[in-house]
Design a protein around this ligand. Structure first.
Ligand code: CAO
Length: 654
């Protein structure tokens, strides 16, 4: 038994690399090469494997910590058999090594002291008009060799252009948002090193950065003739018999240079193999589940024209990264660096919770997506870019259709699905379109609006006496005089008296829209579901007109003949369940209106008149309102006005 530590191995000189995942816990028994932590630089992610087996007794880092080579990660209690394994195995992760100076710098022999050197965009694999998404330096900055000058981004990848040597930035020729191609001037640097031509372009194989993520695009400059070309597995870091976990193209597909052909996966990482040619896939020689090694033919493409013969060229199986590395020293380190730096469209999979690679993680980060919420559709539930896009599209769609509120309501746990048939006979009844819309609207209102509901009874003794006395006359006019037209009139008067109820919240969150019209919606129960036609200018109409219009609109609603315009523009809604019964309910505000009146069944109640209890016809009312727009005091005033208005037939008739 011994306690040993495992530290961060050589990670190519990278410093302060972020720990994005701790894959083990204290007490875990780990095996050799088991992943301990995942580190992520801005260029790549890497797992740090265990260099010895045993039981974790202490974890010295947490997610978010920054580590460098030598930082102790864990303490492990090893058994006698485990201990010797350490020295022999110690597998180093394929870390994103910083490029060795020799791999990037212009030859020092050619640069005179304090000379000015113009730095241009190097070969970026033929890509034109590539977006500058970041300028990492400013005039006057001292930069070291290899420091990033600018970051370029295509739709496939982003790549940093590093300084070919140390010096001071004298002037900058690009800014964020510019589009650049090979040869575009980036800046002028005053370089310190003795040696070479003052304005010499970096030597392609030495000084040029090897822009990440488009390995195929970094091929030698010799143009490739159009015609049939073999698509070949490039150098994949010496790995042999690597699983093909996804074939991204089919015979007959027309693809662009750099499009992914297949995805390979080892137990540590997966990588996309991009095409070095644009053209039409003639045939494919691999399928999911096959095992491939460098040099294996993936398929044949009818190439469109000149293209960089990197990954896909039979004559040049190694990706440009490897080629560039081969041209520089030390070759092995550079190859590793290129591989990681290039993101080689790497799709590393790690951790149990989220299985996705850097490209997918980057997309998720850009879109602010929490990947743990998505189920991957790739092999072994690997998250793909499409999964991220589908997830985002679904959310946008839900927000746009009102199923989910953009500002609130998201994150509410779903009601779990239940198989009701387990408990007894059931039938599936399709919801009508109106029912579905109502459900969405109700949920939207319920989730968005802080509701307050107040109750009161209006004394309608006189109103009912009057209404009954007018019933015959109304019928002669072909009108049914129910309590609803009286309520419409009373609410219209209350909206005029208390304009704070005749508003809507403006969507900018900064304003309230005050309305100078009084259109009132009336909830109608129809066979298809609840509909709310709107009666316009209620404050300007008489009782008979309102009764007539209410009856006509209710009929139109039940006949399914309402037009969208009939249901728009309401300031307030009345929902009357008086004919059905009940003595109170909490109506849901019909947004963007800010208040709704629920009407329940009137009944004779004993009311104290100061001397005696008197039988009065009392109408239970419930007023719900949006507390963002309406204060309780406003609501109190509105409600008092309304009930006294309803109770005073003279006012109603004026
Ligand atoms: N108390 C006692 N009786 C009432 C009453 C009340 N509050 N309201 C109506 N009545 C009586 C009417 O006077 C009528 O009786 P008479 O024929 O003897 O006069 C009877 O009930 C039937 O009225 P009605 O339903 O034909 O007409 P209405 O004007 O009361 O209502 C309408 C019209 C369209 C509002 C109603 O039919 C309706 O669809 N209500 C449903 C509203 C709804 O579903 N809201 C959703 C609630 S959840 O948010």
């Amino acid at each position: 038994m011994a306690i040993e530590t495992i530290a961060v191995p050589d990670i190519g000189g990278s410093e302060d690399v972020e720990v994005i995942e701790v894959c083990v816990a204290v007490g875990d028994t780990i095996e050799l090469e088991q992943s301990l932590v995942v580190l992520e630089t801005d260029k790549a992610s890497m797992e740090v494997p265990a260099t010895l087996a045993g039981k974790i007794t202490k974890i010295s880092v947490s997610e978010g910590d920054k580590v460098s080579e030598g930082t102790v990660l864990v303490e492990v209690e090893t058994s006698a058999e485990d201990a010797p394994a350490k020295a022999e195995t110690a597998p180093a992760p394929e870390a994103p090594k910083k490029q060795e100076p020799q791999a990037q710098a212009a030859s020092p022999a050619k640069t005179p002291a304090s000379a000015e050197q113009s730095v241009e965009v190097p070969d970026i694999g033929g890509a034109e008009d590539v977006d500058v998404i970041e300028v990492c330096v400013a005039v006057g900055d001292d930069v070291n060799e290899g420091d990033s000058l600018i970051v370029l981004e295509t739709d496939k990848a982003s790549m940093e252009v590093p300084a070919p040597q140390a010096g001071k930035i004298v002037s900058l020729s690009v800014k964020e948002g510019d589009k650049v191609s090979q040869g575009t001037a980036i800046c002028v640097m005053a370089v310190n090193a003795p040696g070479a031509d003052a304005v010499a372009k970096p030597e392609p194989s030495q000084a040029e950065p090897t822009p990440a993520a488009e390995p195929a695009a970094q091929a030698p400059q010799a143009a490739q003739p159009a015609g049939e070309q073999n698509l070949v597995v490039p150098d994949i870091g010496g790995a042999e018999g690597v699983d093909v976990i996804e074939v991204c193209v089919s015979a007959g597909d027309t693809i662009g240079e750099g499009d992914s052909l297949i995805v390979l996966e080892t137990d540590k990482a997966s990588m996309e193999i991009p095409s070095a040619f644009a053209g039409k896939i003639k045939s494919l020689s691999v399928k999911e589940g096959d095992k491939v090694s460098a040099g294996d033919v993936i398929g044949v493409i009818e190439a469109e024209g000149a293209a960089a013969p990197a990954a896909a060229s039979g004559a040049s199986a190694a990706p440009a990264a490897a080629q560039t590395a081969a041209a520089s020293a030390p070759a092995q380190q550079s190859a590793t660096a290129q591989k990681a730096d290039a993101e080689v469209a790497a799709v590393e999979g790690f951790g149990d919770s989220v299985y996705a690679g850097p490209a997918v993680r980057k997309l998720a980060r850009q879109l602010g997506v929490d990947m743990s919420k998505i189920k991957g559709s790739g092999p072994r539930n690997r998250l793909t870019k499409d999964d991220i896009r589908t997830y985002v599209k679904t959310i946008i769609n839900d927000v746009q259709t009102g199923k989910m509120s953009a500002g609130s309501g998201s994150g509410i746990p779903q009601v779990p699905a239940v198989d009701f048939a387990k408990f007894g006979p059931v039938a599936m009844v399709k919801m009508s379109k109106i029912k579905k819309i109502t459900a969405t609207n109700m949920q939207r209102s319920w989730l968005n609006v802080p509701h307050v509901t107040q109750w009161d009874d209006a004394d309608i003794t006189e109103l009912e006496d009057f209404r009954k006395s007018m019933k015959l006359e109304a019928e002669k006019r072909g009108v049914k005089l129910t309590p609803v037209p009286f309520l419409l009139k009373a609410v219209a008067a209350a909206l005029r008296a208390e304009p704070s109820f005749n508003v809507s919240m403006h969507h900018d969150g900064e304003h309230i829209v005050q309305k100078d019209y009084v259109h009132i919606g009336m909830a109608v129960d129809t066979p298809n579901g609840l509909m709310v036609p709107v009666i316009r200018d209620v404050d300007k109409k008489g009782l008979y007109d309102l009764a007539e219009e209410a009856t006509a609109l209710a009929k139109k609603a039940r006949d399914g003949k309402l037009m969208p315009a009939d249901m728009q523009g309401g300031c307030f809604t009345i929902s009357s369940l008086g004919a059905m019964g009940g003595n109170g309910f909490t109506p849901i505000v019909n947004t963007p209106e800010v208040a709704i009146l629920g009407v329940s069944r009137a009944q004779i109640k004993p009311v104290w008149n100061g001397k005696d209890f008197e039988p009065r016809n009392m109408l239970p009312l419930s007023l719900s309102y949006d507390h963002r727009a309406i204060n309780g005091a406003d609501a109190g005033r509105f409600f008092t006005f309304l009930t006294s208005f309803i109770g005073d037939i003279r006012k109603l008739l004026l």
